[in-house]
Design a protein around this ligand. Structure first.
Ligand code: SER
Length: 583
């Protein structure tokens, strides 16, 4: 049975049992900045589980698009996915355990045709907060589950809550016996040897947990979730979701295109591509913040693995088309957003290729040095330097270290990163204060010149250049930026000339206000993105520069006069400093 048939059977079955079919909520939660993505079918329904009436009634069913990224590093094995589809049905204070269990049993055995002896179930064993769920066990027996296929477990296994607080309750989980031999005489559904696979989870949501403890909700709800990819795989007798029609065409194309055979890489590419496409179709864009950063990580990891198995990155567009065509019946939004998906993915790929080339070269150089010295640890300083100077993602450094059989000190990196953030914040506050205290005419000009210099350095030296510090007096400007080596005379000259060209061109300086996300999306420069609020001021100088900044600035570049670099020197490791004046 194909995934789409399973989905349709599910929705039709629950529709026939009085449920309204509601649409999947978008992956990017509406009005909820507290979570990155929709992670479960119940998430958009929380207000209704708490008692607010739902316009579609008390019995609901849907398929929900979900992204969970806490296991992102596990993708590549035979089961982890960051994107998955959850089929669900809900009772909002309507039916409870008996009817829910009977419907699940009927759907599994009659609609999907799973032989009853292949099913096992688990129920809550009981503790001080909530009694042993004999009711659920009795319902299962009545429905037709053998007594010795019913297991009792504690909160670790049979209690469901999203996060730390919120609606929750004991659950009953259904397991499918793959028919693999038991790993031991004690092999049970809780065992992860692979014999038993969890297929469905019915939560009897009648509690609420807050900091103080558990209390009863106004109503008894049922919240169930069935993973579509997993069910598809089991019903087709496949070992992994990658062997089902959801991934197979892409996996085969990757096999055809690769020059190095590595199944983990193919899975990572196929999986991350699907996730990224779904996120982009729902409006997500790569950035350095929160959701945007998760998307960026997914895309970057995919690209890195394309490189690893030597797939020409120009094939990305073909692979996207193939994936859209393969999945468009399940998700028409992919087809509708095909061009956007392509543009976003390809632009991000191009950006990353530049970053990767610089960073990987540097990594290899450093590792060769370490190996020569007989060392086997990549220390946090090096991870930080690669990040700081080349924008090289720490998780990529980690993967490279593992590939090179080196140990890596991520704790040290995390510490340095925090220190750096704190220092930057302190610096920003100070600078801001200084700026407010005295911003005469000359200082204003130097502010604008700083933006031009930043943009010119990027053009001359490369996109790895980012502002690391700035100090302005009435007499001069000082600008610190990430760059690994001394600038040549030629580079200095080119930079100076560019800035002067822009000054002479008389370009207007515009002050804009926009949402932070939007600014990032448009590629705005920002030194301390995390310190800004949701609405930011952005200064735009023609097509040359777009920077988050409090100002003030001149209104046209022609006011600046003539720009001259007085000195270029090292500031700290990986950071250069320019002193310049306006004459
Ligand atoms: N909320 C439960 C889960 O995510 C059941 O839908 O498993």
């Amino acid at each position: 049975m194909k995934a789409i048939e399973i989905r349709n059977k599910y929705l039709n079955f629950f529709k026939a049992h009085g449920h309204s079919v509601i649409p999947s909520a978008p992956l990017i939660p509406e009005n909820d900045p507290s979570v990155l993505f929709t992670t479960a079918g119940m998430q958009p329904l929380v207000p209704y589980l708490l008692g607010q009436p739902h316009p579609a009634g008390k019995r609901l069913t849907d398929y929900q698009k979900c992204v969970r990224t806490n296991d992102i590093d596990e993708v590549g094995d035979n089961r982890h996915l960051t994107y998955f589809e959850m089929l669900g049905n809900w009772s909002l204070g309507d039916y409870f355990k008996e009817e829910s269990i009977q419907m699940s049993f009927d759907f599994l055995t009659k609609e999907l045709g799973i032989p009853v002896e292949k099913l096992s179930v688990t129920v809550f064993a009981g503790d001080k907060d909530c009694p042993r769920d004999e009711v659920a066990a009795t319902c299962w027996k009545k429905a037709g589950i053998q007594e010795d296929h019913i297991y009792y477990y504690g909160k670790d296994d049979n209690w469901w809550i999203a996060g730390e607080t919120g609606p929750c309750g004991p659950d009953t989980e259904m397991f499918y016996d793959t028919g693999k031999p038991a790993c031991s005489p004690n092999c049970q559904p809780s065992c992860d040897c692979g014999k038993y696979v969890e297929i469905w989870n019915n939560v009897f949501m009648e509690y609420y947990k807050d900091e103080k403890g558990y209390s009863k909700l106004k109503q008894q709800n049922v919240d169930t979730g069935l993973g579509l990819e997993r069910m598809t795989m089991l019903l087709q007798g496949k070992e992994t979701p990658f062997d089902t029609e959801l991934f197979k065409p892409v996996m085969e194309k990757l096999t055809e295109l690769q020059k190095v055979d590595k199944i983990e890489s193919r899975r990572i590419i196929a999986e991350h591509l699907r996730s990224s496409m779904m996120i982009i179709a729902d409006g997500g864009r790569p950035s350095n913040l929160d959701r945007g950063y998760v998307l960026r990580r997914l895309i970057r990891r995919m690209i890195r693995h394309m490189n690893k198995i030597q797939i020409d990155l120009n094939e990305l567009s073909t692979i996207i088309d193939l994936n859209v065509d393969n999945l468009k019946d399940l998700y028409p939004e992919l087809d509708k957003n095909r061009e956007t998906i392509k543009t976003v993915l390809i632009e991000e790929k191009d950006k990353f290729v530049k970053t990767l080339a610089n960073g990987e070269k540097e990594f290899n150089k450093e590792v060769a040095k370490l190996k020569q010295q007989g060392k086997s640890i990549v220390d946090g300083k090096m991870v930080f330097r690669l990040y700081d100077t080349y924008g090289f993602p720490p998780e990529v450094t980690k993967e490279l270290a593992v590939e090179n059989e080196m140990e890596i000190s991520m704790e040290e990196f995390d510490k340095l990163f925090k220190e750096h953030q704190e220092k930057s914040r302190a610096g920003a506050t100070q600078k801001f204060k200084g700026g407010l205290a005295s911003t005469g005419e000359m200082e204003t000009k130097y502010h604008t010149a700083t933006h031009l210099l930043n943009a010119a350095l990027k053009q001359v030296l490369g996109s790895h250049v980012h502002q690391r510090g700035s100090n302005i007096t009435e007499e001069r400007m000082r600008f610190d930026f990430s760059h690994p080596s001394k600038m040549t005379e030629e580079e200095k000259k080119q930079t100076e000339d560019l800035v002067n060209q822009w000054i002479q061109a008389g370009i207007p300086v515009e002050k804009l206000e926009m949402k932070k996300e939007e600014a990032i999306e448009q590629g705005a420069e920002a030194m301390f993105i995390e310190k800004y609020g949701d609405i930011v001021t952005v200064y735009k100088i023609g097509d040359i520069s777009l920077e988050l900044c409090g100002g003030p600035h001149v209104s046209n570049t022609k006011e600046l006069g003539h720009f001259k670099i007085k000195k270029e020197e090292a500031s700290s490791s990986g950071v250069r400093r320019i002193k310049a004046i306006l004459e």
